[in-house]
Design a protein around this ligand. Sequence first.
Ligand code: NAP
Length: 309
Amino acid sequence: MPNGPDLVIIGGGPAGLTAGIYACRARLQTVLLEKTSPGGQVLVTDYVENYPGFPDKVSGYALIDQMVAQAKRFGLSIENGEVASVAPRQDKGVIELGLAGGKTLSPRSVIVATGASPNQLGVPGEKELTGKGVSYCAVCDGPFFRDQEVAVVGGGDSAVQEALFLTKIVKKVYLIHRRDELRAIKLLQERALSEPKIQPVWNSVVEKINGSDQVESLSLLNRETGEHSSLSVQGVFIFVGIQPNTSFLKNLLKTDERGFIITDEWMRTSVQGIFAAGDCRAKPLRQISTAVGDGACAAFAVEHMLNGY
Ligand code: NAP
C-alpha cells in the first residue's frame, strides 16, 4: 500500500478548492498544494458578478476567502508547495510528485488545477518596463495610476472588465484592440462603449512600448490603414489571452495545440490516476462556475477510481 495521501490537488483556485471540499466530504485523505496563497486569478479580480448566489456581486478576495473557509471546515489540508515534476508509477498504483526544494509525495491520485496565466504581447519594451508601467493586473497596479492616462490592450472579457475597473481610478483608458469588434460578452461591451472615460482604439496593435524608467508612450500600427502613430500613456495593462500553467508536467499529459490538458467528462487525463480541472483544461468556457463544476467532478471521479466503483 502506498503511504502517501489518497489525493494531491495541485493548485488552490476555485477548481482546486472545490475538488478539496468534495474529496474531504468523501473522506479521502487529501492535500492541496499551492505555490503562493489560494485563490488563483480570482484573487486579482476586482469583483465577480456572474457566479450564482451573489446578486449584488462579490469581490474576488471575499469569494476565495469563503471557499477556503469552507474547504478547511471539511478538513482540507492546504500546504505551500510547488510541484516540479510528475511521474506516473502505475505498477505501485501511485504517482510520484517532486516538489521544488527536493521533497517528494506519493499520492494515489492527483488533480491538476493549476489554472492559467496571462500571455505577454512579446513586443520591445514590454519585458524591460514590466513593473514600471507595464502590468498584467489592473486590481494590483491600477492604484499607481490615479488621474493618469493608461492603455488596456485586448478585446476579451479580461481586457474589458479591467478597463472598466480602471475607470474608477484613472483619468482616461485607451482600449486598444486589433479588430473593430470586441470579443467580450455583450453586457461588458455595452458598459465599456458607453463609459466616457474609455476611448476605443480600433484595428490597432502595439508595436513597441517606450520609456526609459517608466512607460511614456506606445508605438501603434493601424492594421486597416497601415498608419503608424504614438500614444502618450503612463501605464499599459495587457490582457491578450491566457496560457495554461502546465510546464511542470513536461508533456506527460495529452494536451491541445495550446497546451491545455485534454480530459474526458470525468476529468480523466491521458494518464491513469491524474485528473485535471479548471482553466488548465481544454474546454469551451473558462469561468469560476465551470472551474467549480470541474473540481467537483474530478473529486467524484477520484473517489470512484480509488473505491473501485
Ligand atoms: P481571450 O478571451 O482569449 O481574449 C483575448 C483578447 O486578446 C482577444 O480580444 C484577442 O483578440 C486579443 N489578442 C490576443 N492576442 C493578441 C495579440 N498578440 N495582440 C493583440 N491582441 C491580442 O482572453 P481573456 O480575456 O484573458 O479571457 C480568458 C478566459 O477567461 C475567457 O474564457 C474569458 O471568458 C474568461 N474571463 C471571464 C470573465 C468574466 O466572466 N467576467 C472575466 C475575465 C476572463 P481577438 O478578439 O482578435 O482574437
